[in-house]
Design a protein around this ligand. Structure first.
Ligand code: NAP
Length: 311
């Protein structure tokens, strides 16, 4: 039986970051500008702390500056104040408020307070509207990373049937718009979609972003489809690990040693047996998200320096 080609997000993300680092060096040398990201970390969610640490490290590796504003006891007011300070700081080019915010704080109000010109996560309604209108702007990092991963893997999109599982503002909706921009024929599914598997099976390119561990099984996947797994979930059972990654003793060992391993929204063994190409979890879409944060921050710095940028 032929196995799906693994789309190596980690390697492609590294290539994107290396290219960005060269551009950062040139911006510094020619204009004296160092791109700078301001990250706001609210509350004490351990996963958020890890994501922020990785983003901070990636910025530094690309030669950018990065400041993390930590608000362990964040309130609506302290968050708004932190965002305002970053908006007003001329040395800061990009702002990222790490989500989710602590319970009781309305994320949409905080995101609305970000200067759209510094909104490198692309979540401000101005940038979401620009994407919808086909205007240049900041595109959310995960959807932008998915398109970049497919482009650099030479996966054709024009004229192909794309199905997106999930309709969140952060992944599902923007990736659907980007696929449409690439001339795919796009269907968006959600929790009220009837016969999800039958709709998914129409896809030449299937994007799963629902947050349900390994829900997408072989009955969802048309033989030969390209499957993009956005999900990041914990698999805590060694039996599940044995089913998801048969013959991969390291995965079961990871569950035994650490208590969990990461699994996406797609059953990995089923995707490997049915798809023509598949993004693994980890080392698929995740690293691309960070790479696009770097390129978005670089873009913001270039615009602020008056240098023309593409769409
Ligand atoms: P979200 O905001 O919770 O949205 C989930 C979407 O999936 C919703 O539209 C929901 O439908 C739909 N859904 C949930 N259960 C479903 C089901 N059983 N059948 C059909 N649709 C269903 O999640 P998100 O922020 O988009 O994230 C999705 C996944 O991607 C999560 O695992 C998250 O951790 C991961 N993620 C990864 C990255 C990365 O860098 N790799 C970045 C962001 C997110 P309704 O709208 O009807 O509720």
């Amino acid at each position: 039986m032929t196995q799906a080609r693994l789309l190596d997000g980690a390697a492609i993300a590294q290539a994107v970051r290396t290219e960005a680092a060269a551009e950062v060096a040139s911006l510094k040398a020619k204009r004296g500008v160092t791109p700078r990201l301001g990250v706001v970390l609210a509350g004490d969610d351990p996963a958020s702390a890890i994501y922020v640490r990785n983003k901070d490290r990636a910025c530094r590796e690309a030669g950018m500056a990065s400041d993390v504003v930590r608000l362990p006891d964040a309130t609506r007011e302290s968050l708004l104040q932190a965002v305002r300070r970053l908006n007003e700081d001329p040395l800061v080019h990009g702002i990222l408020v790490q989500l989710p915010l602590p319970p009781g704080i309305d994320a949409s109000e905080i995101l609305l307070a970000i200067d759209p010109a510094k909104d490198v996560d692309g979540l401000h309604p101005d940038n979401a509207g620009r994407l919808l209108a086909g205007l240049p702007g900041f595109v959310p990092c995960t959807p932008a990373g998915i398109i970049e991963l497919l482009r650099r893997s030479s996966i054709p999109l024009a004229g192909r049937e794309a199905v997106v599982l999930g309709r969140s503002e952060i992944v599902g909706k923007p990736v659907a718009l980007l696929l449409l921009r690439e001339n795919a024929t796009v269907t968006v599914c959600h929790s009220k979609t009837l016969d999800l598997a039958a709709v998914a099976r129409r896809a030449d390119v299937l994007v799963a972003a629902i947050g349900r561990p390994a829900l997408v099984t072989s009955e969802f996947i048309k033989p030969g489809a390209v499957v993009v797994d956005v999900g990041i979930n914990r698999c805590t059972s060694t039996q599940d690990a044995a089913r998801f990654w048969p013959g991969d003793a390291a995965r079961q060992e990871e569950v035994r040693a650490k208590g969990w391993t990461l699994v996406g929204d797609v059953h990995p063994a089923h995707a490997m047996a049915t798809a023509s190409a598949f993004t693994p979890v980890p080392r698929g879409v995740g690293p691309m998200t960070i790479a696009m944060l770097i390129t978005n921050t670089l873009r913001a710095a270039r615009i602020a320096a008056g240098i023309p940028v593409g769409a």
